[in-house]
Ligand binder design. Structure first.
Ligand code: LRY
Length: 223
């Protein structure tokens, strides 16, 4: 499965609470459209979206479950991770920071329990320290997802290529570049920096943000 994602694009299909597109059917339609465009895998959030998307696409699904938006919120507990797998996720993405987890388990304990059940784990890291921990714990995939969101690294305008390079150099495991990849050129730079795959969310699947980028460009320099 990981080989099928090598050097390719993964599309993250997510809508946030209260947004107009927050509906599993809509998310599944967008996921299918992304697959038709050549996405090698789909990343998606929430049990209903995971199931709906699983029913539409044939590429692998990276599932996660967000609980809130502060602290450890990306698949914060073992229970959330198991549920993502049962809903149809082929890979489960979980918070891989060194912060305390709401169920009191360590990251390593969580990964060990998931591996016992045959679940493939993607580690959403925010720094090189997180990535070291995630690597040691045996995570199947490492990613830069949380860089810029945990206070450990600056929130760069584009992807955190510096962290990506460090991770690729240090760890003999697939490293996915995720977070603020907004253009095809940035995606290409991430592959050139050694990313196994590049994950793009907002830049492809969040029309409100994309619209606002155009609006801002038109407003810049206006009298
Ligand atoms: C930090 C966090 O919660 N990231 C989330 C993780 O699933 C999503 O909100 C992002 O859209 C995803 O990582 C893709 O990134 P971008 O949308 O920047 O291409």
């Amino acid at each position: 499965m990981l080989e099928s994602m090598k050097n390719r694009l993964v599309v993250s299909v997510q809508a946030y609470p209260g947004e107009p597109m927050r509906d599993p059917r809509t998310m599944a339609q967008i996921a299918l459209a992304a697959e038709l465009g050549g996405a090698a895998a789909i990343r998606c959030q929430g049990l209903a979206d995971i199931s709906a998307i699983k029913g539409q696409v044939s590429v692998p699904i990276i599932g996660l479950w967000k609980e809130g938006s502060e602290g450890v919120y990306i698949t914060p507990t073992l229970r959330h991770a198991r549920a993502c797998s049962m809903a149809g996720a082929d890979i489960v993405a979980i918070d891989a920071t060194r912060r305390p987890r709401p169920d009191g388990r360590t990251y390593a304990e969580t990964v060990a329990a998931l591996h016992d059940e045959g679940i493939v784990v993607m580690a959403d890291c925010g720094s090189i320290g997180d990535a070291e921990m995630a690597y040691e714990a045996g995570s199947d995939i490492l990613s830069t997802t949380l860089s810029g969101y945990t206070g450990e690294r600056e929130k760069t305008a584009g992807p955190d290529l510096e962290l990506l390079r460090q991770m690729v150099e240090q760890f003999d495991r697939p490293v996915l570049c995720e977070g603020r990849v907004h253009t095809p050129d940035q995606a290409r730079s991430a592959l050139d920096a050694g990313a196994w795959s590049v994950v793009v969310g907002t830049g492809i699947t969040h029309p409100t943000s994309i619209t606002s980028w155009f609006v801002q460009a038109l407003e810049t320099g206006k009298e």
